[in-house]
Design a protein around this ligand. Structure first.
Ligand code: NAD
Ligand code: UDP
Length: 311
């Protein structure tokens, strides 16, 4: 059945793909964004669609609308961007969550929070299961993002328990794909842009830290499945690709796939950079019947094609 859906952060990387997917599935979509890290360009191809509406708005301010579902994605996701103004990042996570939960409560909408694997911090449990409480430095440089997202999860659970708000929480692990901003600063876009331009590939630390990279289409399938999952299942649920790679392996893969002459150079490891990360996705498999389908090489090829077209 056609639904009216609000997507906050809808002009960003994940949000723009989500708006497109929801429209393709026959829904009406309202996209809300303050264009901090997102851009109109990401959704310009949707503007002719009469079922799509784009609104400039900051989620730290209240917003009123009648919708059936709310996807709350507004928040910068790349360390360089969320650390640019840490206070604003915390406000976006916390006040954004309060505003969207208040709205959901009033209009009786279902609301999904885009949480993150960062709630596990530098994890001492590997792979990460949802029951693990995490290892986050509350006063470090990543705290504005990690603690902001942890507080948002707490708010979601409290609105659910106290006010019966219909919530879902997804913990997203590193996701990449076309439409990442060339200056996004995250590792996949950095390495591809550097390789295509023949510039040095910047490995932070010795490159032995690991991440598990999920292709955007897989991630969004999991997100929409969670939004439409059975009543009473709120999560949090990990969604990501459990294949784990070192950052050095990623760099070599990107060089191979782009046929680049770029050299690897090392730069200082940012503080509190997690050593390892890999989702346990048993819960997503069981509750959502979801698992990723696109493996790293295939996803990287599509992402490289995108960056080739814009550089
Ligand atoms: P992104 O930076 O491309 O998108 C975030 C969007 O939110 C941008 O369009 C930005 O302009 C908007 N935004 C930021 N602050 C806002 C505010 N105060 N009001 C309104 N809009 C605001 O990042 P993304 O990768 O698309 O991430 C989307 C969501 O998914 C974020 O909440 C992020 O924390 C979460 N997430 C992403 C990943 C990932 O690997 N991509 C991993 C974990 C969690
Ligand atoms: N990284 C890197 N070079 C870069 C960008 C990132 O070596 O140009 C490393 C970073 O230190 C981290 C990993 O790649 O260990 C993933 O970084 P990203 O910012 O993409 O995501 P997050 O740390 O939030 O998982």
């Amino acid at each position: 059945m056609k639904k009216k859906i609000l997507v906050t952060g809808g002009a960003g990387f994940l949000g723009s793909h989500l708006c497109e997917k929801l429209l393709n599935e026959g829904n009406e979509v309202v996209c809300l964004d303050n264009y901090f890290t997102g851009q109109k360009k990401n959704v310009i191809h949707l503007l002719n669609n009469p079922y799509f509406e784009l609104i400039r708005h900051d989620v730290t301010m209240p917003f009123f609308i009648e919708v059936d579902q709310i996807y709350n994605l507004a928040c910068p996701a790349s360390p360089i961007h969320y650390q640019y103004n840490g206070i604003k990042t915390i406000k976006t996570s916390v006040m954004g969550a309060i505003n969207m939960l208040g709205l959901a409560k009033r209009i009786k909408a279902r609301v999904l929070q885009a949480s993150t694997s960062e709630v596990y911090g530098d994890p001492s449990v590997h792979p990460q299961v949802e029951e693990y409480w995490g290892n986050v430095n509350p006063i470090g440089e990543r705290a504005c993002y990690d603690e902001g997202k942890r507080c948002a999860e707490a708010l979601f659970m409290n609105y659910h328990r106290q006010n019966n708000v219909d919530i879902k929480i997804i913990r997203i692990f590193n996701t990449y794909g076309p439409r990442m901003h060339p200056n996004d600063g995250r590792v996949v876009s950095n390495f591809i842009v550097q390789a295509l331009k023949g510039e040095d590939i910047t490995i932070y630390g010795d490159g032995s830290q690991t991440r598990s990279f999920c292709y955007v289409d897989d991630l969004l399938n999991g997100m929409v499945k969670l939004m439409n999952s059975r009543d009473g299942f709120v999560g949090p649920v990990n969604v990501g690709n459990p294949n784990e790679f070192t950052i050095k392996e990623l760099a070599n893969k990107v060089i191979e796939l782009t046929n680049s002459k770029s050299k690897l150079i090392t730069m200082p490891l940012p503080s509190d950079d997690p050593l390892q990360r890999k989702p346990d996705i048993s819960l997503a498999k069981k509750e959502l019947d979801w698992e990723p389908k696109v493996q790293l090489e295939e996803g990287l090829k599509k992402t490289i094609e995108y960056f080739q077209s814009i550089i």
